[in-house]
Design a protein around this ligand. Structure first.
Ligand code: PFF
Length: 457
């Protein structure tokens, strides 16, 4: 196994928080969250989402950080070190596979964002809602272009990872996060003062309680919360493995959750008011193109809109990059720790493999236009990937993490990892109750309820 010096560590706790928040804040917040709110019935989705974040995801975030920091290894190595000679390492392996699987479709969407820097900056996307929508469909139907853009994203991600933990990951995320937060605030102020914004705000903020117990809304909110917080696949575990034994896991986790959730909520304050200020906007019918079709229209209302538009997509690309970095780091750290590969070899080989799996997602979207949809499913390959990984793999990974920490490693043992060097763990009993009972039961019930509904439909 690699030593700490070879693996690397964060330079400071703030560096860790920004890198972990960088992993969490990404397309999931700005693209995924508003899309899901649109399809999940507005404010009711927001409400369920917030409950999932607080009662299920925050305790699991702490649990992942505890495992990683205790074992100081990537997921497979960590589970094997804490419970040797058992099969628990398979949970780590699920994470390594999820990292590659999610990255394969995530990098395609990040590639669209790269292209939109150019489109928005040159004023290529103008006209009414229909024209902007048609522009997006034509663009994503160009498979080879999507493949090329995906390669650009993966290449940039790999370049940062070659630099290692502190001078690669930490240095880049520290620069990008503050700029992203500032621009989102400016856009939210503009969007909420547009004519027609009030209707959008009402959709976003007024819950339709009839959908509260819709199993599909519950499952989508749970999956979205896991995805947005980068949980259930060992990304936080891996980042936790570079964390100093002196830093407080509890406050770090709270910071990351707070930053990520505020960024998602803020994105809603941008998208819904802007969307509803356009005539004929239907949030539930928008799908993956939501931000690519709504935002260009918002930029058109701003003085210097082209500059704003390009700036927004630069930041969206950066937010995506700080997430792709963490997605790629999970399998890369695995090969460094367990197979003792040098970082360089791990980065190059894993990136190539991910690129190959990404090709169907990149081309698949083109196939939506030409072939219609995937036979029998009515949706494109990219959506299938997103559903499989986000709504099933991540919550299942989270459930197993909760069971492992709560019952196998045991909550009291995990708590001693937090309390090293006299660090306080306020609310340790609440955490222990949530991780042992609430997290496993809630995730199992939500997944079971959704599978039952689909099966009996
Ligand atoms: N949290 C990222 C986002 O919201 O865009 C996506 C993500 C990154 C998921 C890293 C999982 C992960 F390990």
């Amino acid at each position: 196994m690699a030593s700490t010096a070879e693996r690397g560590t964060w330079g400071s706790k703030a560096g860790f928080i920004l890198a972990a928040a960088g992993s969490a804040v990404g397309l999931g917040n700005i693209w995924g969250f508003p899309t899901q709110v649109g399809q999940g019935g507005g404010a009711v989705f927001v409400l369920v989402y917030l409950l999932c974040v607080l009662l299920i995801c925050l305790p699991i975030m702490m649990a992942e950080l505890m495992i990683g920091r205790h074992a100081q290894l990537a997921p497979v190595g960590s589970y094997a070190a804490i419970r040797p000679n058992t099969r628990w390492w398979l949970v780590g392996l699920l994470g390594v596979l999820a990292g590659a699987g999610i990255l394969s479709f995530y990098s395609v969407i990040a590639g669209w964002s790269v292209a939109y820097i150019w489109f928005a900056g040159t004023g290529a996307v103008t006209g009414d809602a229909e024209a902007v929508g048609a522009f997006f469909s034509d663009f994503t139907a160009n498979g080879p272009l999507s493949v090329g853009l995906t390669l650009v994203v993966l290449g940039a991600t790999a370049t940062v990872l070659l630099g290692g933990v502190q001078s690669g990951i930490e240095r880049v995320t520290k620069l990008m996060m503050p700029a992203l937060i500032a621009l989102l605030l400016v856009l939210a102020v503009r969007a909420t003062t547009l004519p027609g914004a009030a209707e959008g705000l009402a959709y976003y903020l007024r819950p339709d309680f009839s959908r509260l117990l819709d199993p599909m809304v519950l499952l989508a909110a749970l999956g979205q919360a896991f995805f947005s917080l980068s949980l259930g696949m060992g990304a936080m575990l891996t980042y936790g493995s570079y964390l100093s034994k002196r830093s407080s896991i509890v406050s770090a986790a709270c910071w990351v959750v707070l930053l990520d959730t505020s960024m998602a909520l803020l994105a809603g304050f941008i998208i819904f008011p802007s969307g509803f200020s356009i005539a004929g906007f239907d949030p539930s019918a928008s799908g993956p193109g939501l931000i690519f079709t709504v935002l260009p229209r918002l930029f058109a209302t701003l003085p210097g809109g082209q500059l704003f538009g390009a700036g927004f997509f630069v930041l969206l690309t950066m937010a995506a990059l700080t997430s792709t970095i963490s997605l790629l780091e999970v399998p890369v750290a695995h090969f460094i720790d367990v197979h003792r590969w040098p970082r360089r070899r791990a980065v190059l080989l894993v990136t190539t493999a991910v690129f190959l799996i990404a090709i169907p997602s990149a081309l698949g979207n083109g196939a939506v236009a030409t072939l219609g949809t995937l036979p029998g499913l009515g949706i494109d390959f990219l959506t299938v990937m997103a559903t499989v990984w986000n709504e099933f793999a991540l919550p299942i990974g989270g459930l197993l993490t909760a069971v492992f920490v709560g019952w196998i490693w045991r909550a009291d043992q995990a708590i001693t990892e937090v309390q090293l060097h006299g660090t306080a763990f306020p609310g340790q009993h609440v955490w222990s109750f949530l991780i042992r009972w609430v997290c496993p039961a809630a995730i199992a019930v939500i997944i079971g309820f959704a599978v039952y509904t689909v099966a009996s439909a």
